[in-house]
Structures are given as C-alpha cells and as structure tokens.
Design a protein around this ligand. Structure first.
Ligand SMILES: Nc1nc2c([nH]c(=O)n2[C@H]2C[C@H](O)[C@@H](COP(=O)(O)OP(=O)(O)OP(=O)(O)O)O2)c(=O)[nH]1
Length: 316
C-alpha cells in the first residue's frame, strides 16, 4: 500500500435548522454504498479552497463563497490512506442537488449513524456534535450555591459544554457538587464532563469524563461507558497521540498563550498549536490565555473551539 495519503477535500453544508448535508456514494467506488460528506480528491495544482469549490460545484451544483477548517482526519484503509481535509461551508449560492445522481439527505449531527459512513468519518461526526466553547469551572467549588449560580450564568451566556474541575475538593464534596452541576447542565441542554479519577465517579450522573495529562499517561483503556464523551488534557505531541490511540473523543491542548496561572510556561502560540494538531485525527480545543473573541483565530488554526476558565467563568 502507498504510504502517501490521498488528500480529499470534504465540505460540511448546514441548513438554518442545524442539519448537515450527506450524500450516498455509488456502489462501485471505494467505500461504495456508504453515506459521506460531499467532496473528493484535491488536484495537485489546486489550493484546498479551490479543490473544495470545484468538488462541490461538480457534485452539488453550488458555488462556495467562504469556508473554514473543521478537522483533518488521516485514516488507513486496507488499500489506501486518505487525509480528509474537512471544511465547514459558511456561505454558498445555488441549491444543493445530486448532480451525479447520488441520493442526498439532511440530518442533525446527533442523528448521524457512524455504521453507514466510512470508518474515517467518526471524528468528523464528533466534531459536528461538539460546541465551540468549553468551560472549565473556576472559583469556588467549596461554596456550592455560589458555584452553581455562576455555572447557571455561564450557561445563560451560551456555554454548552462544561468540565467540572475542582481538584481541591475531597471525593464526597466533588460528587455532591457534580450532582448539582449535572442538574443545572441538563436543565439548560448543556453537557457535563467530570474531571476526576473515573473509578471514583463511576456511579455519578454525567455526560462524560475528562483525564488530566497525568492520568492520560497511566490510562491503558478508554474509560467510561458507551454514552460518555471522554477527553484529555494534552501538553505534548505524545499526549495528543496517546489520546487518539485510546480512542478518546477530543483533546484540550495548552497553553496556547501565556497565562496568569502559569506565567513561566512557554506558550505554543497559534503556529505551534496548528503544527501539533495537524497529524492528530481528533477535535482539539485550544486552551490558555484565550477568550471567546479568539474563536475565529482558533478556527483558522484548526481548533475545534476555545476552552477557558477565567474568561468563561462569571465573576461575582
Ligand atoms: N468525499 C468524501 N470522501 C470520503 C469520506 N470519507 C472517506 O473515507 N472518504 C474517502 C473515500 C475515497 O477513498 C476518498 C474520496 O475520493 P472520491 O472517490 O470521492 O474522489 P473524487 O470525487 O475525486 O472521485 P474520482 O474522480 O476519483 O472518481 O475519500 C467522506 O466523508 N467524504
């Protein structure tokens, strides 16, 4: 098998209700009969944007006006290796139709069934389900009422994914706080991920688990159940590879910028962030000295979104 990955441009079209466009591959081609996100092979003379525009014009009859990176996925099939360069189409003209006779469908990201897509598409589906902002909880977990009040305000501000980080609490206090935080998140349609030893929160209601970098290094098997989103804190290329090998759903890479809490740690910067995540087929949040206003620059460097404590955790 050739080790050179085939560069494939893939486009995500979203309708006003949040459904994404999928198409059925013809039976006779590679991965035939499976559903896919529209796209095709990049030609050597094209930029990624040109290749995406050409493929979507040929296959769907639309003209792409703007797009942004979503994720890159490298995957080895038995007979070939592909690099799916996935972009969200932000604006286009025309009406998408199956120009090559292929059936089309619009589905909500939560409805997409991985079993009917090529194996390489799993991280794309996860990326489509994950929101742009990840709140890591801050002060002050020892005062549950004040803490849950702040959490509620953060959710009102639009946060949809929360990592409950409270390393100073003992297990019992953490579990109690998690119960309250889960109820608040559920009531707001948000997801709660527990940053604690999975064995100590096995029976605590949640939407997922988060591994510290230290715990990631000790983990041999993906923890949690089938319904859990499992993530990890990463500070090195090796951490990112490990998170991918364990089959985790997403990673949080830091520090991108210098932070008040770690002033002496040298930051990755956006170029460093982009270079580290490029070979990793996982959605990766950027963390460290960032605010919600950094979302566009984060997207431009391939991030899933922004993770933050300080800038997303409301003050009293
Ligand atoms: N478009 C698309 N291709 C995918 C997805 N997932 C996945 O593994 N692939 C693989 C299947 C193929 O090996 C490759 C895409 O090549 P293709 O055959 O569609 O390319 P193309 O439209 O340029 O077709 P052709 O000119 O080679 O006939 O990427 C996906 O979601 N969308």
């Amino acid at each position: 098998m050739s080790h050179q990955a085939i560069h494939v441009m893939v486009g995500i079209l979203t309708d006003p209700t949040g459904r994404v466009l999928i198409a059925k591959r013809p039976e006779q081609v590679h991965q035939g009969g499976r559903w896919e996100f529209p796209g095709g092979k990049l030609k050597p003379t094209e930029t990624p944007e040109q290749g995406l525009a050409r493929e979507l014009a040929e296959e769907l009859g639309i003209e792409v006006r703007s797009s942004r990176p979503l994720i890159r996925v490298t995957h080895s099939y038995e007979d070939r290796r592909v690099c799916l360069d996935v972009r969200c189409v932000l604006a286009y003209t025309g009406v998408a139709t199956g120009r090559e006779g292929q059936p089309l469908a619009w589905q909500y990201p939560e409805e997409l069934d991985p079993a009917v897509f090529p194996a390489a598409d799993r991280p794309i589906m996860t990326a489509l389900r994950l929101p742009p902002y990840l709140l890591i909880t801050g002060d002050d977990p020892a005062r549950p009422d004040a803490f849950l009040n702040r959490l509620t305000r953060a959710l009102h501000n639009g946060v949809q994914l929360v990592q409950l980080r409270a390393h100073d609490l003992d297990d019992e206090s953490y579990r109690r706080l998690a119960g309250g935080a889960y109820a608040v998140c559920k009531a707001h349609g948000a997801r709660l991920v527990l940053n604690r030893d999975p064995a100590r929160v096995a029976d605590v209601a949640r939407h997922g688990l988060h591994l510290t970098a230290a715990r990631l290094a000790l983990t041999r098997v993906r923890p949690g159940g089938a319904g859990d989103w499992v993530s990890a804190s990463c500070h090195t290329v090796a951490d990112l590879s490990r998170a991918a090998e364990l089959g985790l759903d997403y990673a949080v890479l830091s520090p991108v910028q210098r932070t008040a809490s770690h002033p002496l740690t040298s930051p990755l910067g956006w170029q460093g962030f982009a270079a580290w995540i490029e070979p990793v087929s996982l959605p990766v949040y950027a963390l460290g000295g960032l605010t919600a206003a950094d979302l566009s620059i984060a997207y431009a460097h391939g991030a899933q979104g922004i993770a933050a404590i300080r800038s997303l955790w409301p003050r009293d």
